[in-house]
Design a protein around this ligand. Structure first.
Ligand SMILES: C[S@@+](CC[C@H](N)C(=O)[O-])C[C@H]1O[C@@H](n2cnc3c(N)ncnc32)[C@H](O)[C@@H]1O
Length: 255
């Protein structure tokens, strides 16, 4: 996979891309991540990337030309020859990070990890980007939550991290994103590590038995319990087995 992040503050992205899973995935050749400075595509003397909003109002808006040009150079076409959404090569997504976008979810991360070949992420700043970028350039808009950040760099990192860790081979041996929260529609249950007792607080006995089937059942019930307590609406979307329904009944009885 190839990922290009377009920003006017490239330094913000440098360090997070150099650590842990993101670093390893790049070293293994699973993904190539490049950070592109939008300013390099502003051709006036002062390399201006923003301007006052038409119609008045506060703040500045990011200009369309440097962003269109940056994307054109990534697609290896002229800026007036960028293919429309339907004509983009398959697997290319041009994503505008925006608090007004589609909420980002684990499901969306899986979709991108499975289907995308080339992600181009556009980070806004100031009051946002010129509407023509949203309407005529971006194939989709993604929001990382119902709050407003100062820029799209942190949201872009969120998307990059969530997608890259799902690429086959990105996680270490024995690690699997399939057990993570949301992957099967539930929250993951509690985790424990050594020591088995700390300040009088003990690890649940079942985890020490070595009985894989008992441990699997305990974990499933705990995941259902946690989801019911914290995010009951998730249970409405997941298909529950007979075993799950029995555990839910037990959880209700125990409560
Ligand atoms: C200060 S925000 C602009 C907000 C815009 N004026 C509005 O009200 O929708 C500047 C940039 O930060 C990014 N951003 C802020 N919050 C975000 C969020 N929740 N999800 C994704 N991107 C976000 C976007 O790229 C946005 O263009």
């Amino acid at each position: 996979m190839r990922i290009d992040v377009l920003t006017i503050f490239p330094e913000i992205l440098v360090s997070p891309l150099k650590h842990s899973i993101l670093k390893r995935a790049q070293e293994k050749g699973l993904v190539e991540v490049k950070v592109i400075n939008i300013r390099d595509f502003a051709y006036d003397k002062h390399r201006v990337t923003d301007d006052y909003p038409y119609g008045g109002g506060h703040g500045m808006v990011m200009k369309p030309e440097p962003i269109f040009r940056a994307v054109a150079s990534l697609l290896d076409v002229e800026e007036d020859d960028i293919p429309g959404h339907r004509n983009l090569p398959s697997g290319v997504e041009i994503i505008l990070l925006s608090p007004q976008g589609e909420p980002f979810t684990q499901e969306k991360a899986w979709d991108l990890a499975r289907a995308a070949r080339h992600l181009i992420l556009i980070c806004g700043r100031y009051e946002g980007v010129d509407e023509r970028v949203r309407k005529h350039l971006a194939t989709e808009e993604i929001s990382i939550g119902d709050y407003v950040l100062s820029g799209g760099e942190v949201p872009a990192l969120v998307v990059v991290d969530a997608v890259v860790r799902l690429l086959p081979g990105a996680l270490g041996d024995g690690e699997s994103p399939r057990h993570d929260s949301f992957s099967d529609g539930l929250l993951e249950g509690p985790q424990f590590t050594r020591p088995r007792e700390y300040l009088g607080l003990k690890v649940p006995e079942v985890l020490l038995t070595g009985d894989h089937e008992r441990i699997r059942r305990w974990r499933r019930k705990e995941a259902l319990k946690r989801t019911l307590e914290r995010r009951p609406e998730l249970l409405e979307k997941v298909s529950l087995s007979g075993e799950d329904l029995r555990y839910l009944q037990e959880i209700e009885d125990e409560a």
